[in-house]
Design a binder for this molecule. Structure first.
Ligand SMILES: C[S@@+](CC[C@H](N)C(=O)[O-])C[C@H]1O[C@@H](n2cnc3c(N)ncnc32)[C@H](O)[C@@H]1O
Length: 412
């Protein structure tokens, strides 16, 4: 599938690859959302022919807002992760031919500096067990390249942004990380040949070319990407929306901060593990580092989401014969209380008749099924939404009870 598709074709097709190939997630690159969910998001946006104001409260890599802008809508999105904001802003930006050409030249200049090796390499990022991630040769190359990119480009320039995205892609390709499953693992020793015989400059060059081919295709609509906490969308974005399309965090203990830490450390968005844990604590469904220990002492607020269904599930999880039962029950309760805040604060931003689509999966904890879709539906019904439906989309994996849904609703 080609990454370079003209704006005209984009409006007619629903199977294209976005800028930077976010859809296929080549080399596991930032694939926060499975490809089929992206396809559904795309289809939903295509099906809304007339121009709309579309909101994605959980931006991730910016797929919804990018699709909205390509189809001529106005897309607005928010996220609490500053790295994802940077990335989504870069993906939705408009690039001139002059900027593309300047980036090509900066790439050549950076690679020449790396080849000559007469610059000070950047410090290695403070990632725990960094030797598991990169061989000494790959690490040396990346440190030199990072330094060279900063030397040949200006702060906040399009050239620097585009080269740093190519740098992110390269650092994963040159790492020992494997992305065979939903989350990342390390290749075993027999597979650790990365760094030997690989032309690392060619790897970077290839990524730069790929990114520039995507960057030259500018969306026709407008996209606004803002940093903010979607537990309170009224504080984060202005105006009224006709359509909300999103893939929110799931209650499945996946940490986006953990998944994204190689990029975030290399680009300076994270400088230590404590900050990583703090950021995960603000993330809905966050569960890493300090976030987990805080859950132990966490108690539900008085204005929490009150649901018989949820209380039953929490009871079951809390009383399993396992020392983690209580903390996991708190995890699930906090997830739904956070989503309850989100839905409550979203309503003032909805136009009359606005349509909501939340692509979300259910979960199991020690055999107890957490029906996220039904709990969302319950929240939406309490808030006065109409035409609420939980449309099953597909099974998430071999476990037959794990299913992905499109939770649909209409505002008043
Ligand atoms: C499932 S991902 C979104 C994937 C996205 N649709 C894509 O295509 O990449 C969920 C996102 O929600 C963000 N998030 C979690 N808690 C948040 C909060 N309180 N406010 C805003 N964003 C949040 C995470 O950082 C993550 O990027």
């Amino acid at each position: 599938m080609s990454a370079v598709i003209k704006g005209k074709q984009l409006r007619q097709r629903s199977d294209y690859t976005y800028k930077f190939n976010a859809k296929t997630g080549r080399h596991g690159w930032l694939r926060l959302t499975p490809a089929y969910s992206l396809k559904i998001v795309e289809e939903l946006i295509v099906s809304h022919g007339q121009s709309r104001r579309i909101f994605d409260p959980f931006c991730g890599t910016g797929t919804t807002v990018l699709s909205a802008a390509y189809h001529g809508h106005e897309g607005v999105t928010a996220d609490i992760n500053p790295f994802l904001i940077w990335l989504a802003q870069a993906k939705t930006a408009h690039y001139s031919l002059r900027q593309i050409e300047a980036t090509r030249e900066a790439c050549a200049a950076a690679l020449e500096l790396v080849r000559l090796q007469n610059i000070e390499p950047a410090l290695a990022p403070p990632i725990h067990n960094i030797e598991r991630w990169w061989s000494p040769r790959s690490l040396d190359f990346l440190r030199l390249l990072r330094s060279a990119i900063l030397l040949v480009t200006d702060v906040h320039s399009a050239e620097r942004t585009l080269l740093l995205i190519a740098f992110c892609r390269s650092l994963i390709q040159l790492s020992n990380a494997a992305f065979n499953h939903q989350s990342m693992s390390f290749k075993d020793n027999s597979q650790l040949d990365i760094g030997f015989g690989v032309d690392m400059a060619a790897v970077f060059y290839e990524h730069v070319s790929f990114i520039l081919s995507g960057a030259s295709e500018n969306p026709i609509g407008e996209a606004l990407v803002v940093f903010g906490d979607s537990r309170n969308p009224t504080d984060v974005v202005d105006g009224l929306f006709n359509l909300v399309v999103t893939s929110p965090p799931y209650a499945n203990r996946m940490s986006y901060i953990r998944e994204l830490r190689p990029y975030m450390y290399w680009l300076g968005f994270l400088i230590n593990g404590r900050d990583a844990g703090e950021l995960d604590w603000t993330a809905i469904g966050g569960t890493w580092g300090v976030a987990t220990s805080r859950l132990t002492d966490w108690t539900r607020p008085t204005d929490c989401f009150k649901s018989v269904h949820l209380s039953k599930v929490l009871e079951q999880i809390a009383h399993v014969d396992n020392k983690n039962g209580l903390v996991l029950a708190n995890y699930v309760a906090k997830y739904f209380d956070d989503m309850w805040n989100h839905f409550q604060c979203l309503t003032p931003r909805l136009d009359q008749g606005a349509e909501l689509h939340y692509i979300v999966g259910n979960s199991t904890f020690y055999g107890s099924l957490v029906s996220t879709e039904l709990l969302y539906a319950e929240m939406l019904a309490i808030l006065g939404f109409k035409k609420i439906e939980c449309r099953a989309i597909r099974k998430r994996n071999s476990k037959k009870e794990l299913i992905e849904f499109d939770v649909v609703a209409q505002w008043q």
